[in-house]
Design a protein around this ligand. Structure first.
Ligand SMILES: Nc1nc2c(ncn2[C@@H]2O[C@H](COP(=O)(O)OP(=O)(O)O)[C@@H](O)[C@H]2O)c(=O)[nH]1
Ligand SMILES: [Mg+2]
Length: 341
């Protein structure tokens, strides 16, 4: 893997739709090189899936036999809690264990929002010269969270490329934390003292998605109060209190420190969670659920595309006219539309 190839730190393309007008890809060769660790091929494959290029199906089929090995870790939490800093620190800790690591940074805010995204990218550059790390910023393409389409495919690329661990960073806003939880084997929810996160977490249903709570910025006042708040909320019940269920541990970290920053403890809890996932059968359940969601998202996108065709041929318009005229009802019309597909 060459250093320039490792700088997979391509900014999100501004255009909302795919096709970069490149020559057709030699997919089998790209997959072969990606599996040998060529970062440029990994980057190219991610671009192909991200752009929903015509080669997408061929890429997906070529990757399939080589996937299912990577451990997927999701990091979510409010802006500013330290997700990018923690991601960087975890990458360092995982690299110290000689594991190959992939990072997908998904920022649902526009690439034009500047500051935060740029900051993320600069910090991530810490690892840009390291040949065992792939880092990729994902565009969110406008739709909420942006995870449902391209991220699972990018994940497959990194998995097939031999990453032992893939970290997905996403801002915890509504839908996206649910999406990340469905993608990840283990979801880390980050909170920080003094951000009102405790209350926020309860509101946003973050308690339900957290496998491990990380109270970052533990060098600041109020970290113990935050831990106590979280512990109290966990004691109130929810799925975690059922017998045999995983109880999310709470770990304090100072991600911005180079040493003694809590990352070893975080990795320890992730390992415990992984063991629980395997022994409880939950690992298989989550992976099946993940595949089902992927299939569903692709099927829905395909359905919508075909409805567009119907729209083009005016069939949808005709049905709509009949509903407006009271000659049909929307349910009957929808059945008719589906039959025509
Ligand atoms: N004091 C302190 N600051 C931190 C810590 N972790 C991150 N930060 C700072 O918090 C700010 C936001 O961090 P960032 O990782 O970009 O947060 P993100 O928006 O969640 O990705 C940055 O200025 C970091 O340097 C920490 O443990 N302690
Ligand atoms: Mg960030």
């Amino acid at each position: 893997m060459s250093p320039e190839g490792t700088a997979v730190q391509t900014p999100a393309p501004a255009a909302p739709t795919g096709r970069r007008g490149r020559r057709a890809a030699d997919v089998p060769a790209l997959v072969e090189r990606a599996r040998e660790g060529d970062a440029r091929s990994v980057a190219r494959l991610i671009s192909l899936v991200e752009d929903a290029s015509p080669a997408l199906r061929e890429v997906a089929a070529a990757l399939a036999p080589h996937t299912g090995r990577a451990q997927v870790l999701g990091l979510t939490g409010s802006p500013g809690v330290g997700k990018s800093t923690t991601t960087t620190a975890l990458v360092r800790a995982l690299r110290a264990r000689e594991l190959r690591v992939g990072v997908l940074a998904v920022d649902p805010s526009s690439p034009f929002s500047g500051g935060a995204l740029l900051g993320d990218r600069v910090r991530m550059q810490d690892h840009a010269g390291d040949s065992g790390v792939y880092i990729r910023s994902m565009a969110s393409r406008g739709h909420l969270g942006g995870l449902s389409w391209a991220t699972p495919q990018a994940l497959r690329v990194l998995d097939a490329a031999g990453c032992d661990v893939v970290l997905i960073e996403t801002v915890g806003v509504g839908q996206s934390e649910l999406e990340i939880a469905s993608l990840a084997d283990t979801t880390l929810v980050l909170v920080a003292p003094g951000m009102g996160d405790g209350i926020q977490a309860a509101k946003a249903g973050i308690l339900e998605v957290a496998d491990v709570f990380v109270v970052n910025k533990a060098d600041r006042d109020g970290a113990d109060t935050t831990v106590r708040d979280l512990r109290y909320m966990l004691s109130l019940g929810g799925r975690h209190s059922e017998a045999g269920h995983w109880r999310p541990p709470i770990v304090k970290t100072v991600a911005s420190r180079d040493a003694d920053n809590g990352m070893e403890q975080v990795l320890g809890k992730i390992e415990e969670h992984r063991a629980w996932l395997e022994s409880s059968g939950e690992a298989h359940r989550r992976r099946t659920e993940r595949a089902a969601r992927e299939i569903e998202a692709i099927a829905l996108a395909s359905l919508r595309e075909r409805m567009g065709d119907v729209h083009g041929s005016a069939a949808l318009g005709t049905l709509a006219d009949r509903v407006v005229a009271g000659e049909s009802d929307p349910f009957t019309a929808a059945d008719e539309l589906l039959e025509q597909l």
